[in-house]
Write a protein that binds this ligand. Structure first.
Ligand code: CA
Length: 224
């Protein structure tokens, strides 16, 4: 899951970034509305957290422009508490939800899951490979009918591999999607995470699903 956070208050931006990263989201932070619009023109995100008062171009104007372009990425507006007019206008412009500042991380996570779930649609919340299933809505992972408990990071990693539908995903792609752009790819954190994930989903099963392309990346593939 990759989230674009457009927020010019460093404290709020840092709080949101660390909170989301801890829960396995990949996070990109921008401070300016005009930069956000440019970035959204060329890159796909799973959701956008959009502050209303921004330099360059305000959040409502970014949202208006985005929807005019036909971009339906889920957007949660970050508004000032009590500003009803702003919220109503935002929802009219096509925002999926709003959060009044200051907000708790648990509330942000709940709203985020809800908008992504709504946008993904019930029919496509289940990612499947062989006898492994991952439910995006309930965050339940099963292999051979057995429930597997994963950490948020392992869940994101598995989701990233499943979304590729059997395609090889490069190390860079995985790191960007699961850890975010700010992450230094020089460490062995990915190898360690794959090792842990493998232990949980492949150990004890006759056919391993995680395939390694040494130095290049990974793919999730069941036997045909
Ligand atoms: Ca602001």
């Amino acid at each position: 899951m990759r989230i674009l956070v457009v927020e010019d208050e460093p404290k709020v931006a840092a709080f949101v970034r660390s909170g989301l990263e801890e829960h396995g989201y990949g996070v990109t932070v921008l401070q300016r509305g005009d930069e956000a619009l440019t970035r959204l023109g060329g890159e796909v995100f799973d959701a956008v957290l959009l502050d209303v008062m921004l330099p360059g171009r305000d959040g409502l104007s970014v949202l208006r422009k985005l929807r005019a372009r036909g971009n339906n990425v889920p957007v949660i507006l970050l508004t000032a508490r009590g500003d009803l007019e702003e919220r109503v206008e935002g929802l009219n412009l096509g925002a999926d939800d709003y959060l009044a500042k200051p907000f708790a991380l648990s509330e942000l996570l709940a709203r985020l899951r809800a908008v992504v779930r709504r946008r993904t649609g019930v029919g496509s919340t289940l990612l499947v490979e062989a006898d492994l299933t991952l439910n995006i809505a309930t965050r339940e992972v099963k292999r051979g009918g057995r429930i597997i408990a994963l950490t948020p990071r392992e869940f994101s990693l598995l989701e990233c591999l499943l979304r590729a539908s059997g395609r090889l995903v490069t190390r860079t792609e995985i790191i960007q999607q699961v850890w975010g752009y700010s992450f230094d790819p020089g460490t062995n954190v990915l190898d360690v995470a794959i090792q842990r994930l493998r232990r949980k989903i492949d150990d004890g099963f006759p056919a391993p699903l995680i395939q390694t392309e040494r130095g290049v990346g990974y793919q999730l593939k069941g036997e045909m």
